[in-house]
Every structure is written in structure tokens, then in C-alpha cells.
Ligand binder design. Structure first.
Ligand SMILES: [Zn+2]
Length: 206
């Protein structure tokens, strides 16, 4: 199994998505809602917990914390403000709070929010060049513009979960708007993880 690590400025949604694409998981029910928005706070899909065992837990916590902090900037801070602390955030991520609620006979489900999926195609192109894969940046969860490229971010929303997930996949592979991947098959999985060969090449060129 490929080892995947979270980039410093990567959103938790992006990391889950890349990990799933790499491992052939095709379910995104807890990541993207039926209308094509990220579901916040992020959670894993049932039955995929084992994939995260190979990931440094402090990286997951950091990515959760960062994504929460960034998204909080767009709302009244009191709405979130980590009511449960980091351990509870991690339990929520793995759906463990829900199981606990059932054990204790409580039916407290946490409120979820829709977050618009936005990307900067230039940042993705840069990452494809230097890392060999594209990823979704943390700051795109909240910002409307890419600070690096001084351009408005592109909103990825195709109206449904399936179409949006597919368009996000194309965007991260540097093929946004392309329809050549009608079966979702052609895009090389190496686009979603660190490609050492291309990194070496980039280092040689610089
Ligand atoms: Zn950019």
C-alpha cells in the first residue's frame, strides 16, 4: 500500500480524497454531499478507517485542526469553537462519537455544514510540476482568491455529488473541464501522490 502524507497546506478533505483515489475507494458520501459541497466537519467513510492507520495521527489531528480553524473564519466563531476538544474531533472523524451515543442511548448528532469546493488551477499546475500530484489547499476552504496567483478561485460544483467528485478529480490531475475521462479510468493514480521520479526531475531542473 502506498504511504501518503498530508501536505502542510493541504485541506483534510483533499487528503481523504487522495487517499481514497489511491486505494480505489469510490464512496464519497461523507466527504461531498448530494449537491456537490464538502461536508464539514470532515469524516471518513465507514469501513475505510484502516487506511488511516498508515498515516501519522498527529498529521491527521493537525489537518483537522487547520481545516476547522480556517473554516471558522467564515462563520461566527461561537458556532464552532471546538466545543468538544481535539480528542472528540478525532472520534467524530472516525464516527466513534455516534457509536458512543448509541451505547449511552443518546441521539446527539453534530451539525454539519456545506463548504463550497474551490480551486486555483495554477497552484495545482505548480504542484503537479514539483510534486507530481495536485491537491486541494487549506486556504481555498475560506478564501475567494488565490493570494499567490492573484486570481479568483474556480468553484467546482456540478450540481450532484458524482459529477462534482469527477470534476474535482480532473481538476487535481490538471485536466479541469476535460471530458476525456468519461469512465473515470484513464487518470493515472500517480497524480494523487508524491511521484519521486518527477520530484527528482524537478530538482534537477532547478
Ligand atoms: Zn494559485
Amino acid at each position: 500500500m502506498s504511504l501518503v502524507s498530508i501536505e502542510d497546506d493541504e485541506s483534510i478533505f483533499s487528503f481523504i480524497y487522495r487517499l481514497y483515489l489511491l486505494n480505489g475507494v469510490k464512496k464519497f458520501d461523507h466527504l461531498v454531499n448530494l449537491k456537490g459541497f464538502f461536508i464539514f466537519p470532515a469524516r471518513v467513510e465507514f469501513g475505510t478507517e484502516y487506511l488511516f492507520k498508515k498515516v501519522n495521527e498527529s498529521q491527521i489531528l493537525q489537518a483537522l485542526e487547520d481545516s476547522n480553524r480556517i473554516i471558522n473564519q467564515g462563520f461566527d466563531v461561537n458556532t464552532f469553537n471546538h466545543p468538544f476538544g481535539l480528542i472528540e474531533e478525532l472520534k467524530d472523524f472516525y464516527h466513534l462519537s455516534e457509536k458512543q451515543d448509541i451505547v449511552f442511548g443518546r441521539l446527539v448528532s453534530r451539525e454539519r455544514y456545506s463548504v463550497v469546493i474551490k480551486v486555483c488551477l495554477d497552484c495545482i499546475a505548480d504542484s503537479l510540476k514539483t510534486n507530481g500530484f495536485g491537491y486541494h489547499k487549506l486556504e481555498w476552504l475560506f478564501e475567494k482568491k488565490c493570494h499567490k496567483h492573484k486570481k479568483p478561485l474556480i468553484i467546482i460544483n456540478e450540481g450532484t455529488r458524482m459529477r462534482t467528485v469527477k470534476q474535482l478529480k480532473l481538476a487535481l490531475a490538471g485536466k479541469y473541464g476535460s471530458d476525456e475521462d468519461s469512465n473515470g479510468q484513464k487518470i493515472d493514480h500517480l497524480f494523487y501522490t508524491r511521484n519521486l521520479a518527477s520530484k527528482k526531475k524537478a530538482a534537477e531542473l532547478s
